[in-house]
Each structure stands twice: as structure tokens, then as C-alpha cells.
Design a protein around this ligand. Structure first.
Ligand code: MOS
Length: 745
């Protein structure tokens, strides 16, 4: 029996190939006769296409040219509502919308050609802000610009607000954010009468598979999607790769040659999805003893020009909007609106960072109005085991927010620093502050999502004494391959090196669902464990292994079984944990199988000469069930905190006429190591009965609590009524100036 590896920092499965440069990313691949594809995009946010001109004296007859006319009807990329065309036909609905595809063997010439196609457009009025969209003056989608709305309603909010001792209102905004994975998006396709194959950088092989079988009306067996080594995703490679795959396939079909379509950074930044901008209004009623009696929340997301994933991003944001608190009367209205920008999409946190920024910043505002300390207000209202949340979810698992808060405040020296800073700030041009956020993140698909996905994992034994995992879950840098191998190794008592993880390839692996929603470790990992146990049971049933037999006995039995039967394979299919139920109609019930819980604390210095914020210390404490791999788990938190520091302070998408005007890494500023504080990561482990070895989801959690903790710290340091991120020096100075102005009149 091999030594256990769960909970230990074993080398990551693909680590060696990555550090030695052996790992092959899509742009490393080549094929005989390869053509290079490029995409010609809309120059305006909205209009009607009058014509397409091919200029510049280029040898146009050498090019493969694809327009909407080459796309099989109904020219849609399958997702939720299937409203987004593969290539714009007649009408343009956002800047940078794909209109024409070109391919040529010479990459440089293809790029020149891209710049030599002129698209003539008769402009139509564009809708360039949430307010314009909400006003309904120009209707660009449906009858009212609303992609989707939800209403959560528990108790009687209006009566409770009327009776409350204190009512506090607030309005909060968050901006767009670019995923900035290291490897830009890209695909290679080969296509002929037999079918289509694509290789590429992606999170969800079966999403791409569905988009291609739908668009080309092909049976499942004639489309093959293979994930190549992927340099980060963060949600950005959840839905967009379906477009690039379809584009590459169209060019490959028309040319009869393999086609590579790889975006450079500039194209990736301006054309692909970003995090949804948001606006949240809170009206909160409090009793005289500091208890929440009413929460009235209006949560609005900017979805961009097509519906894409906005309904599910909105749902997660809506269901997290009341946070880790108990309140008897809650109304949450969520709406996703259409605007004339490229569609916003999946990004780590998936709606929750937006609504939780608003809530956790607002809680500090409410505390101040009620004359309570921020931690005191929260302590009086944390939800506990056995209570029912606003969305009708009974908290069956232990919830220990109080203990988490105690530990996080102790680790950060919160109370001491709060006092010291308050005393020192009066005399100093550099103001120090400390703030925190307490929050939760639901792991797995929202609502009945996991039941609908019905994910499948196969595990097989090989004749040479290995066990191989067959799943469509992708390694995108976060550690999928490693944790799957750890789970198999400890379930079967075999060595970590005896486990292989198959490359996600729809021709070889079953659909274990998309690699999103903090679901891979908890949901798919559990299926991996279950499939391994089924494999083991097959050997027991065949009389080759004693009950629960592991290690060498297991491997020996596998060999014997394979010698007789030729193959040994077992399958596991998702079924929800007992008692977990969601009502789609009523939009109530168990929204998530499990939640991770956290308290994050930021200490900052704000220089009142430049209004720059420096983060001096950051404590991230979370309860995630069980830590499967301490280095990968800490890495997830450190990376997520770093990404969220960018979201909070630096990363500002400048929109000009519906187009990202700062689509370069020189003017869209993300944090570098020089901008980051020490990020001190701590875990509490309360094993979750339905996760593998007790694990819950972890990937998205760190995105949720960083911005409000920093905003609360800046408010503490400066007294600024911070309500909007990113908190750039310019915006902080403007906030302070407005407050000084208001105080003068
Ligand atoms: Mo995600 S943002 O659920 O890939």
C-alpha cells in the first residue's frame, strides 16, 4: 500500500513538461499545408452592413474567404439562447463583431489582408450604458433590453423596512475586467466530408463539441474536440472558444486545408469576453440591536450585445447577493441588460464578486450608520447551521463564520491596527487603514445545474499496471490532473505515479461537464473517487480481490482481470447529495451543494499626495472542506487574491464608442509582483461529506472578498465614501473632492 498523497504537495502531473518547454500549446502545433486564419471585425458598435470591399491590391484569389453566406443556417453558436451569430449577417450588434474570415499559408500576408478588408456600415443608434439600456429608449434586445431577470422574495420586505429602526441605502458599481490568461485564445481545425476535428486552448470540450455539431448539423461522432495544453482560462475560455472553433472549422472546410486561428493579445483583449460590469442598490433595515430585519437589493449586470451566459452569471450573482447573513425579509431583484458592447462572459466568480463587493462594502456603511463596529454588525447577523437563507436553503453543514472572523482578525492584528491607525492618521500625509470582508462561495453549478449536466467519469486499468482517469475536465493551470491522480492513488492505495490522466478529447473521454464553477475538485473529483471504487468492486465481484482490496493486490487483480476480459473500465454518473433540491419554477431551494466560507483582511496605506493605495498586508482565511494539495490550494488563493487586487485597484476598461480603448497591457494595468503585498493564506478544514476526501470548491472564492476588504480599508484610512471599483488614484481623489465640496456647502 503506497503512502497517502491527498493533503501532500506532490509534484504536479504536467509540471515537468511545462518547465522543460515540452508542453505543446496550440500555437506550437503545426500540420502539413497549414493555413493561418484571421478575423475581420466590425468597426462600429451597431449598424447595418451595406457591403464588404477587398482592397489594397492583394492576391485575393489566393485567400480562403468566409462570410455569413458560408455559414450553415441558422448561423448561431449554441449556448443558452443561441442568439449569437457565428458571423454577423446584415446587422452589427457590437464593435469587434466577427464579419469576415480569411486564411492564407503566409501568416504575415493574412494579417495584411485583414487590414485591407473594408466593411461599409450604415450606423444605428448604440446603447452604451446600463442607464441607457434600462431606460428602454432604444430597444436592442427583445422588448425591453432585459436578457433575464430573477426575483428572490422572502418575508415582507416593505413592511419590515417601514418598521425598521434604521434604514441605510447605498449604490455600488463594479467595472469590466479582462481575464488576461497568459496564453491567448486559439484553435486549429481540420475538416472534410468525414467530419470536423479541432484542437485548442479551452475549458469545456463538450461546449465546443455541442456548438460544432449544432452549427454543422453533424452527428456527435463526426465532431472531435481535443484540448491542447492551456495557459490559463479564468472563465475566459468557457464560451468564447466555441466561436474560434467554428471559425477555424469554416475556413478548414472551405479551403480543404488545416487552419490555425490564434489571437494575438490585442485582438484577445478587445474582442473576447470580460467580466460583467454591475450596479447594485441596497436598502437595508436594521433593528435597534443591530439585527438585519430587511434587505432590499437591486442587482443589475451589463451583459453586452448577446445573451450568451448572462442568465447564469446573473443567477450566481443574485444568489450570493445577501451573503453569509441571516435576514427574515429579503428581496433581491436581478437583471441582466443588453448593451452594444461585446458580450460579457464567464470570469472567475461568475457574478458573485459583483454582488458581494456591493454587500460587503455596504455592511461597513450600515455599521457606521448604526454606530457599530464592522465586525460587531456582522457577528450579530451571521447565518448559522440550521438556519434558512433568503433563497430557501437550509444550512445543513456547519457554518462557523464567527470563529473564522475571530481568527482572521487575530491573524491580521485588526483591532490593534485599527486603533493605531486612527491615532496616527491625523498627523500623517499617508493614511493607513484596515478593512475586511466576510463571504461565501457556492461550489458547483447553480440550482439544478449539476442534475442537468449529469456528468460522467470513466476510470480504466491498463495492462501495464496503471490506472487512467477519463474525463473532459481540463487542466488549465489550476491542478485538475494532479488532484484527480491524488484521489485515485489514495482511493486505491496505489502510487501517484501509477495514475494517468487522459488528455481531454471528445473521441476518448466521457462528458464530465465544463471546467467551471469551482466544480472540478468537489463534483468531478467525487465522480473520480466513485468510479475508482466501482472498478475495485468489479474485481471483488470477479473473485479476484478481497473486499476493499488496494495497493499491490489491486494492481495484481487488474492484470489478471485484463488478461481474461481484455479491458477493465468503470463509470460513475453524477447524482445529487441526499436531500439537495432546487425548484427552478419558484427559484428557491438548495442553490449549491456546498459553500466555501471566508474572511479576508486588507491593511492599506493611501498617499494623500498621489492618492495611490498600497496594500501592506493581506490575510486570506477560508474554510474549504479539505485541502487536497497544500501548494496548489495556496496557489489558487494567492493567484485569485492577486487577480482581485487588480480588479479592486488597477484594472479599468476604458470604453470608447462601445469598444475597449485600452486593449494593451501597457495601458490596461494589471498588478505585477511589485504591486502585491505578502498574501498570507490560511485554511480551516471541515471535511464535507459529499466531496472527495472532504474537499469543497476553491477556485473562484478568492475573487469575491478582496475588493470589498480593500475598499473598506481605504474608507477607514481616508474617510472616503468608496462605492465603486477600480479605486484608481483618480477616482479616489474625485471621491474625496466631492465629499469636501459637499461639506463646504
Ligand atoms: Mo467559470 S467563471 O465558472 O469558468
Amino acid at each position: 500500500m503506497a503512502a497517502p498523497v491527498v493533503g501532500r504537495a506532490v509534484p504536479r502531473k504536467e509540471g515537468r513538461s511545462k518547465v522543460t518547454g515540452q508542453a505543446r500549446y496550440v500555437d506550437d502545433l503545426t500540420m502539413p499545408g497549414l493555413l493561418h486564419g484571421v478575423t475581420v471585425r466590425s468597426p462600429v458598435p451597431r449598424g447595418r452592413i451595406r457591403g464588404i470591399r477587398f482592397e489594397g491590391g492583394l492576391p485575393w484569389d489566393e485567400f480562403t474567404i468566409v462570410t455569413a453566406r458560408d455559414v450553415p443556417a441558422p448561423n448561431r453558436i449554441a449556448l443558452i439562447l443561441n442568439d449569437q451569430p457565428c458571423l454577423a449577417d446584415d446587422v452589427i450588434n457590437h464593435a469587434e463583431e466577427p464579419v469576415v474570415l480569411l486564411a492564407h499559408a503566409d501568416r504575415g500576408l493574412a494579417e495584411r489582408a485583414r487590414q485591407s478588408v473594408a466593411i461599409d456600415v450604415d450606423p444605428l443608434p448604440a446603447v452604451l450604458s446600463l442607464d441607457e439600456s434600462l431606460s428602454g429608449r432604444e430597444v436592442i434586445w427583445g422588448t425591453d433590453n432585459v436578457f433575464k431577470s430573477y426575483l428572490v422574495n422572502s418575508g415582507d420586505v416593505d413592511a419590515a423596512l417601514a418598521a425598521a429602526d434604521i434604514v441605510v441605502e447605498g449604490e455600488y458599481e463594479t467595472g469590466a475586467q479582462e481575464q488576461l490568461y497568459i496564453e491567448p485564445q486559439g484553435m486549429i481545425s481540420m475538416a472534410d466530408a468525414e467530419g470536423i476535428t479541432v484542437w485548442g486552448s479551452l475549458q469545456c470540450p463538450y461546449y465546443v463539441h455541442k456548438a460544432l455539431t449544432t452549427l454543422f448539423s453533424l452527428p456527435a461522432g463526426r465532431v472531435r474536440v481535443v484540448q491542447t495544453e492551456t495557459g490559463g482560462g479564468f472563465g475566459g475560455k468557457e464560451e468564447y472558444p466555441s466561436h474560434i472553433a467554428a471559425h477555424a472549422a469554416l475556413l478548414a472546410m472551405k479551403s480543404g486545408r488545416p487552419v490555425k486561428l490564434v489571437y494575438d493579445r490585442a485582438e484577445d483583449m478587445v474582442a473576447t469576453t470580460k467580466r460583467h460590469p454591475s450596479r447594485t442598490r441596497h436598502r437595508t433595515g436594521l433593528s435597534h440591536d443591530g439585527r438585519l430585519v430587511a434587505m432590499d437589493i437591486d442587482f443589475v449586470l451589463d451583459g453586452g450585445a448577446y445573451c450568451t451566459l448572462s442568465p447564469v452569471v446573473l443567477s450566481r450573482g443574485t444568489l450570493h447577493a445577501a451573503g453569509p447573513y441571516y435576514c427574515p425579509n429579503v428581496r433581491i431583484r436581478g437583471r441582466a441588460m443588453a448593451t452594444s458592447t461585446p458580450p460579457h462572459g464567464a470570469f472567475r466568480g461568475f457574478g458573485a464578486p459583483q454582488s458581494l463587493f456591493a454587500l460587503e462594502r455596504h455592511m461597513d456603511v450600515v455599521a457606521a450608520r448604526a454606530g457599530l463596529a464592522p465586525d460587531d454588525l456582522r457577528r450579530r447577523n451571521f447565518i448559522v447551521q440550521g438556519q434558512t437563507s433568503a433563497i430557501g436553503q437550509v444550512m445543513r453543514e456547519p457554518v462557523e463564520m464567527d470563529a473564522l472572523l475571530d481568527r482572521a482578525l487575530a491573524l491580521s492584528g485588526y483591532h490593534r491596527k485599527r486603533e493605531t491607525f486612527d491615532r496616527a492618521n491625523g498627523h500623517s500625509p499617508v493614511k493607513q487603514g484596515i478593512g475586511f470582508a466576510s463571504f461565501l462561495h457556492g461550489a458547483g453549478f447553480t440550482g439544478s445545474g449539476e442534475v442537468h449536466l449529469a456528468s460522467v467519469v470513466d476510470v480504466e486499468a491498463t495492462a501495464d499496471g496503471h490506472v487512467r482517469v477519463l474525463a473532459a475536465s481540463t487542466e488549465i493551470g489550476q491542478g485538475t490532473n494532479t488532484i484527480f491522480a491524488q484521489i485515485i492513488a489514495d482511493t486505491l492505495g496505489i502510487g501517484y505515479d501509477q495514475v494517468e490522466v487522459a488528455q481531454p478529447d471528445t473521441a476518448n473521454v466521457p462528458d464530465s461537464g465544463p471546467t467551471v464553477a469551482s466544480r472540478t475538485a468537489m463534483v468531478v473529483g467525487k465522480l473520480v473517487e466513485t468510479a475508482a471504487r466501482t472498478l475495485q468492486q468489479t474485481l471483488v465481484d470477479a473473485g479476484l480481490l478481497g473486499a476493499g482490496g488496494t495497493g499491490d493486490a489491486f494492481i495484481h487483480a487488474c492484470r489478471t482481470y485484463i488478461g481474461t476480459h481484455g479491458a477493465l473500465r468503470a463509470r460513475s454518473i453524477y447524482s445529487p447529495p441526499p436531500g439537495v433540491q432546487w425548484d427552478d419554477e419558484a427559484y428557491r431551494g438548495d442553490a449549491y451543494g456546498a459553500f466555501a466560507w471566508a474572511v479576508y483582511v486588507a491593511a492599506v496605506s493611501v498617499d494623500t499626495a498621489t492618492w495611490e493605495t498600497r496594500i501592506d498586508d493581506f490575510v486570506a482565511l477560508q474554510e474549504i472542506g479539505r485541502v487536497l494539495h497544500p501548494v496548489l490550494a495556496a496557489g489558487q488563493i494567492e493567484g485569485g487574491v492577486a487577480q482581485a487586487i487588480g480588479y479592486a485597484l488597477l484594472e479599468e476598461v476604458i470604453w470608447r464608442n462601445g469598444r475597449m480603448a485600452n486593449g494593451q497591457m501597457t495601458n490596461y494595468i494589471m498588478p505585477t509582483s511589485m504591486d502585491l503585498p505578502p498574501i498570507r493564506v490560511f485554511f480551516e478544514e471541515r471535511p464535507y461529506a459529499h466531496g472527495p476526501f472532504g474537499a469543497k470548491g476553491i477556485g473562484e472564492l478568492p475573487m469575491d472578498g478582496v475588493a470589498p476588504a480593500i475598499a473598506n480599508a481605504i474608507a477607514h484610512a481616508t474617510g472616503a465614501a468608496v462605492s465603486k471599483i477600480p479605486i484608481t488614484p483618480e477616482s479616489l481623489m474625485a471621491t474625496i473632492d466631492r465629499q469636501l465640496e459637499a461639506a463646504r456647502v
